[in-house]
Design a protein around this ligand. Sequence first.
Ligand code: ASP
Ligand code: MG
Length: 320
Amino acid sequence: MDTIVLKFGGSSVADNDKLKLVANKIIQLKKEGHNVVVVVSAQGKTTDRLIAEAKELSENTEDREMDVLLSSGEQMSTAKLSILLNELGHKAISLTGWQAGIYTNNTNQNAIIEKIDTTRIKKELKDGKIVIIAGFQGINEKMDITTLGRGGSDTTAVAVAAALQAENCYIFSDVDGVYTTDPNKLEKAKKLETLSYEEMLDISSEGAKVLHNRCVEIGDKFKIPIITKSTFNDKQGTIICDKIEENTIKSIVKKDISRISIVGNGIIRNISNIKTVLDVIEENKLNMLEFDVSESKMSISFKNQVSDKILNDIHAKLIN
Ligand code: ASP
Ligand code: MG
């Protein structure tokens, strides 16, 4: 039987009603005949709230203690989801990071996963259970709890998928997938069907907060397809995987106020696309500070602020 890993973000598990939606998704996939491993984030804004509450107690919170505190958010989600799945008649078990065998280095608050001992996870799967793992946490050599840095549950999910040699890693959240540009800024933004790991890393490094960067690196290293999808509809999401020889423009990102990046494999060889962008810059009499092209990314920094209209123009010419 193949194994799939499903990760649900904070907004997907925010309250009991949402947990019910999540449970139904899990049951649906389990019924398709997979071993199902689930990784969850803390509910809603729990992590922010815990940080704020700790800061009220001390301005110099110790990283070790913050890890003990913050890891509790994810643990609550695992227990609630497991209680619900068992209630619905599907055997499930919650595991903390250490119970799941996730070993990290000693950097509290920003730990790196060093190895995953999958013995316990595999035993529970063999018993037919849905295994629910607390995201964003592990244990170090001192047997202290560590956390992986904000947004780290994505990284837990892909690392667990790699360790289990899973078929896919689904990242469920409140967005449908990865778009050609920020859909809140531009109505014409299109959802992408597929992206390479490299393109996804380029997009994230330009500030688009779709996935935790480290999870894309792990996906690339172990060749785990990452599928980003919405928890709240059945629309097809975006698949991040290895793609051979394909070059279309994937994304146009405006970072801060004076930098635009265009991402797509092979962009360096597509002179006409480069020219199109330079023409828009010239027509709008923009002052370039820096122009940089790599295999899959072209970035331009400007002297002054650039408006969303420029983003719109470039998007319209290269994508729409
Ligand atoms: N709960 C953690 C955070 O809010 C980890 C995560 O959501 O991935 O940063
Ligand atoms: Mg989160």
